[in-house]
Design a protein around this ligand. Structure first.
Ligand SMILES: Nc1ncnc2c1ncn2[C@@H]1O[C@H](COP(=O)(O)OP(=O)(O)OP(=O)(O)O)[C@@H](O)[C@H]1O
Length: 253
């Protein structure tokens, strides 16, 4: 694959919180249309890496490149703040907690960011938002407020909202772990359709191994702030190279 196909590139990424070194040298390339599932024990640094991709957390060292915008870790200058703003336009993120705006309707939640960014006329933005709500199976909920929706529906709104800015990559941080088991499937189904129908580039932190096996192109096992091993799901799940990976898989499968 050519360099142009690289949507996200992490190079020697480190992140410390005070003296706690959480991410200890992560290199990763994600290509256009690729779905990478990141998994590993609690505390292994998965969320932190994801949060470094869009600079919610500032990397302590190393670099992050998204859609050709490359930024070094370390302190923020005024110029870097502007570059971070530019980089974030290319990244959509979905969190464990849906974080919808409770006082806005579903439609307003989805149109809010593109309106602020001036992405087209009001009518165009609303039309696109309605298409996205249709895509996540919620076209009949546009005028509702989030509190009237189930957790699974709220998470699907959060996905539509992140897609509304037409990002180059979607980051998912344990998107189903706050949901009751019976609602998990509907969110995973939407994520699967993004991968298969939209060919969306995605980095997904999840322990949903069924989803990983079915949808991921690659899985990366995190251990103590590093990628211990990575590979195609079938290979990693059935014959992991490291005892740590095997022990983890035995625990979750
Ligand atoms: N803002 C922060 N300040 C201090 N420590 C933090 C901060 N964010 C994360 N940590 C610590 O960094 C370590 C890694 O956290 P992280 O959330 O990245 O792990 P994780 O692999 O995603 O785990 P989990 O599955 O539990 O979310 C943990 O020890 C956590 O307490």
């Amino acid at each position: 694959m050519s360099d142009r196909d690289v949507v996200v590139r992490l190079d020697g990424l480190h992140k410390s919180f005070g003296r706690l070194e959480v991410v200890r040298g992560v290199d990763m390339e994600v290509h256009r249309g690729e779905v990478v599932v990141v998994f590993g024990r609690s505390g292994s640094g998965k969320s932190t890496v994801l949060r470094c991709v869009n600079f919610i957390d500032d990397p302590s060292a190393g670099s992050v490149e998204v859609a050709g915008i490359r930024l070094e870790g370390g302190h923020r200058t005024r110029r870097k703040r502007e570059q971070i703003r530019q980089l974030r336009l290319h990244v959509g993120m979905v969190f464990q907690q849906f974080n919808l705006f409770p006082n806005m309707t579903v439609l307003d939640n989805v149109t809010c960011a593109p309106r602020c960014a001036g992405r087209g006329t009001g009518d165009e933005i609303v039309e696109r938002a309605r298409d996205l709500l249709d895509r996540v199976g919620l076209s009949d909920k546009a005028e509702e407020h989030p509190i009237r929706l189930s957790g699974g529906q709220q998470q699907r709104v959060a996905i539509a909202r992140a897609l509304a800015m037409e990002p180059d990559v979607m980051l998912f941080d344990e998107p189903t772990s706050a949901l009751d088991p019976e609602l998990t499937g509907e969110v995973l189904a939407v994520m699967k359709s993004l991968a298969t129908e939209m060919r969306m580039t995605m980095i997904v932190v999840t322990h949903e191994m069924g989803f990983a096996r079915e949808v991921a192109d690659r899985m990366a096992f995190f251990h103590e702030g590093r990628i211990l091993e990575q590979g195609p799901p079938d290979q990693l799940i059935t014959s992991p190279a490291h005892p740590e990976t095997r022990a983890f898989l035995d625990a979750v499968l």
